[in-house]
Every structure is written in structure tokens, then in C-alpha cells.
Ligand binder design. Structure first.
Ligand SMILES: *Cc1c(COP(=O)(O)O)cnc(C)c1O
Length: 401
């Protein structure tokens, strides 16, 4: 049984959207940990395969728990359809490979998650797909690259880790004129803070591993878009190549969604406070957060997003200073993950972005002093205290030298 959830607001959709209650009337969404499904008769099996009756066949194609997750995400995003995947990278690679073929052309923002960058720079050219990177914040470069026909545009906004903002509406207009669909990796904004489909994007992808689980437990991903594209382009690819998510992970993500707005709102409030604190410290060369007055694209960020997100990036001037602060932090843990209830800190140049050439890192602004902080759900006063004592240690050390 599915109750109508069409006109509910986001916080309510996060709790109720897409729920299918079984005959037992359970309150919490049921976990259908089953790989296959049985038929009442040979005729029903035959009709299912003909598409004449709606019946689950096999969990690589569909599963009731996974379908609840897909419906909830689609309602939240305002998308016609969604397919959940095992990881965020399965979502990105499926969306791209399902749409593209040899001879096609892809234009992407340079500032991409490491594995997304590898797909564009290394994998797609192997299959005869031409790819070109542009500076995402530079509309002139988008205009130039999209003056030739293209089939797909991939971008991330805000970007990892420099929190660069791409003008989604303007890039969507240029992309459509060039014949390309726009795929937006909306992980940093979460489904709550930015709605790329309303700004002209065609497809939105998520790593559900991040804020949607938000508690560091499981990997997951999602692709959202128009029903026709999802059913005719994406689905034949995912059904036959198998990036399916485990029903157990889908169930955890459904439960994660229930608290998404509470968690994201709290972390955004803390992140902005932490960013202002860092910006005011003399050890910090520069801090980046989309809603800081000093962010070069603040107006654009505030036009496309309802809050700045849960990540803060700052520059300590050198690798030595960055490592010094990371090693002195007590509450905040060193990890390459993000979007967790626990605050996590990363040195991108030596971890998440170490595979890029030094030249490419420089072009992205990822210097040796850059630190990325994913703000979690701790009391913000404790986070500021922890950062403060780590920065104090740096100053004392410099004074002693
Ligand atoms: C983590 C992440 C991904 C990849 O997701 P996985 O779940 O780790 O496969 C893709 N894009 C962005 C922006 C991410 O942060």
C-alpha cells in the first residue's frame, strides 16, 4: 500500500515518501533481503517477462526496499524517476556509459571528485569518446568548449575540495544548445540545498555514502532524471551490467533519509560558524565557504543554494603547517570520507587528489597547505575549541623555532 505523498514538504517526504507498507502494517520500512521472487503460476511468470503485469523478478532489476529508496529520492529531488546503485561511482559511471558511445564528446568541469576525473580523463577516451576539461567557474571556457557539438556535460557544484560554484542555469543553456545532456554530481549540496533539475540539469547523481547515509555505515548511489531517459537509456545498462545496491544498504539509506534535513541543517549552521572562526585566525591564509563574504562566487552560491553546505576548506600555507594541525586535532578525525555525523579532516594534496599531476593540482588551487573539513554533528563549540588548540600549537611551534 502506498499513501499519496505528492504535496508533502521535504521534511515530511524524507520520512514518508515512497513507503510501501506490506500486509503486516509495519511502521518502519520493511527490509526485503531477497535476491529473487516467486510467481503464482507459469502464466504470471510469462506475463511478467512480457511486461504485462507488474511483479518483481530479480533484485538486480528491482526490489521493494530499493524501490522505496528510489521513490523517496525521486520525490525529494522533484525527478520523474530514480535508480539506486551500489556506490556513488556506480551512479556516475552508469549515467555516463549508458548515455555515451564511441565518437561522442564530453565536456566536464576540471574540479571533479577523483574517480569522476579518472573516468573523464582516462576511461572514456579508451572507448573512443573525446573529452575536454574546462574551469567550471569560467563561463567563457564553457562557451568555447560547447561551441562544438557534445553529448554530455559533467560537473560538480560546489566542487571538491575548493568549493568552486558552477552557474548551473548558464551551463545548462550552453550544453543544450550544443546537444548535450547535463549531469550534475550534487553530493556537496545534498538533495536539500540545491535542485539542479529546476536550474536546467537533465540528470542528478549522488553518492548516498555521504550525507544521505550520513552516519558512515554503507556505500550507495543514485541517478535521477526524466522517466523516459531512466527507462530507455539508463535502465537497459544497469539491468545488464549490474551495479545494483544491496536491499540492506538501501534500507539503511531509507532510515538515513528520515533525519537528513535535521542533520544537514545542523551541520550547515556549524560549518558556517567554523568557517568564520577559521577566517579570523592569523594562522589561516584563507578560508573558503560558499556563504562567506570573501567567497568570490558568493552571490551565485546564494542564488542557487539555500545554505552553504557542510564542508569548509582552508589554507594553512604549507604541508608542514597542514600536517601539524591535522596531527594536533583531537575530536576531529583524519579521514578521506565526508558527510558523516563525525567531523572529518583531509589533506587533499596527499590523499584524495594525490593522483593528479602537480600541475593539475595547482590549476585547481589545491596547494600543499589546503585542508578540507567535513563538519559533523558535534557541538560547534567543541569543534571550534579543537581547531583552536590545534592552531595554537602551530603558533607556539613557530614562536619556538
Ligand atoms: C564520494 C563521492 C563520489 C563517489 O561516491 P562513492 O559512494 O564513494 O562511490 C562521487 N562524487 C562526489 C562529489 C563524492 O563526494
Amino acid at each position: 500500500m502506498t499513501k499519496p505523498t505528492k504535496n508533502l514538504r521535504p521534511a515530511s517526504l524524507l520520512v514518508h515518501g515512497g513507503t510501501m507498507r506490506s500486509q503486516y502494517g509495519e511502521t518502519s520500512e520493511a527490509l526485503f533481503l531477497s535476491s529473487g521472487f516467486v510467481y503464482d503460476s507459469a502464466e504470471q511468470a510469462a506475463q511478467t517477462f512480457l511486461g504485462e503485469v507488474d511483479h518483481f523478478q530479480y533484485s538486480r532489476f528491482g526490489n521493494p526496499t530499493v524501490q522505496m529508496l528510489e521513490s523517496r529520492l525521486a520525490l525529494l529531488e522533484g525527478a520523474e524517476a530514480c535508480r539506486a546503485t551500489a556506490t556513488g561511482m556506480a551512479a556516475v559511471s552508469s549515467a555516463m556509459l549508458a548515455h555515451l558511445k564511441a565518437g561522442d564528446r564530453v565536456v566536464a568541469a576540471r574540479a571533479l571528485f577523483g574517480s569522476c576525473h579518472w573516468i573523464v580523463s582516462t576511461l572514456l577516451p579508451r572507448y573512443g569518446i573525446e573529452t575536454e576539461f574546462v574551469d567550471g567557474a569560467d563561463l567563457g571556457q564553457w562557451r568555447q568548449a560547447l561551441s562544438r557539438p557534445a553529448q554530455l556535460v559533467l560537473l560538480e557544484s560546489p566542487s571538491n575540495p575548493m568549493l568552486e560554484i558552477v552557474d548551473l542555469q548558464a551551463v545548462a543553456d550552453l550544453s543544450h544548445a550544443a546537444g548535450a545532456i547535463v549531469v550534475v554530481d550534487n553530493v556537496f549540496a545534498t538533495p536539500l540545498l540545491q535542485h539542479p533539475l529546476e536550474l536546467g540539469a537533465d540528470v542528478v547523481v549522488y553518492s548516498c555514502t555521504k550525507h544521505i547515509d550520513g552516519q558512515g555505515r554503507v556505500l550507495g548511489g543514485a541517478v535521477l532524471g526524466r522517466k523516459k531517459w531512466v527507462e530507455e537509456v539508463l535502465q537497459p545498462f544497469t539491468r545488464n551490467t549490474g551495479p545494483a545496491i544491496s536491499p540492506f544498504n538501501a534500507w539503511l539509506l531509507l532510515k538515513g533519509l528520515e533525519t537528513l534535513s535535521l542533520r544537514v541543517d545542523a551541520a550547515c549552521r556549524s560549518a558556517e560558524q567554523v568557517a568564520r572562526f577559521l577566517e579570523g585566525r592569523r594562522e589561516v591564509v584563507r578560508a573558503w565557504y560558499p556563504t562567506l563574504e570573501s567567497h568570490p562566487q558568493r552571490d551565485l552560491a546564494m542564488r542557487q543554494m539555500s545554505a552553504g553546505g557542510t564542508l569548509v576548506t582552508f589554507d594553512l600555507g604549507s604541508r608542514e603547517a597542514a600536517f601539524g594541525v591535522l596531527n594536533r586535532l583531537g575530536l576531529i578525525a583524519i579521514s578521506n570520507n565526508l558527510g558523516d555525523s563525525k567531523s572529518l579532516v583531509t589533506h587533499p594534496a596527499t590523499t584524495t587528489h594525490m593522483r593528479l599531476s602537480a600541475e593539475e593540482r595547482a590549476r585547481l588551487g589545491i596547494t600543499e597547505g589546503v585542508v578540507r573539513l567535513s563538519v559533523g554533528l558535534e557541538d560547534v563549540a567543541d569543534l571550534i575549541e579543537d581547531l583552536g588548540q590545534a592552531l595554537d600549537g602551530l603558533a607556539l611551534r613557530a614562536a619556538a623555532d
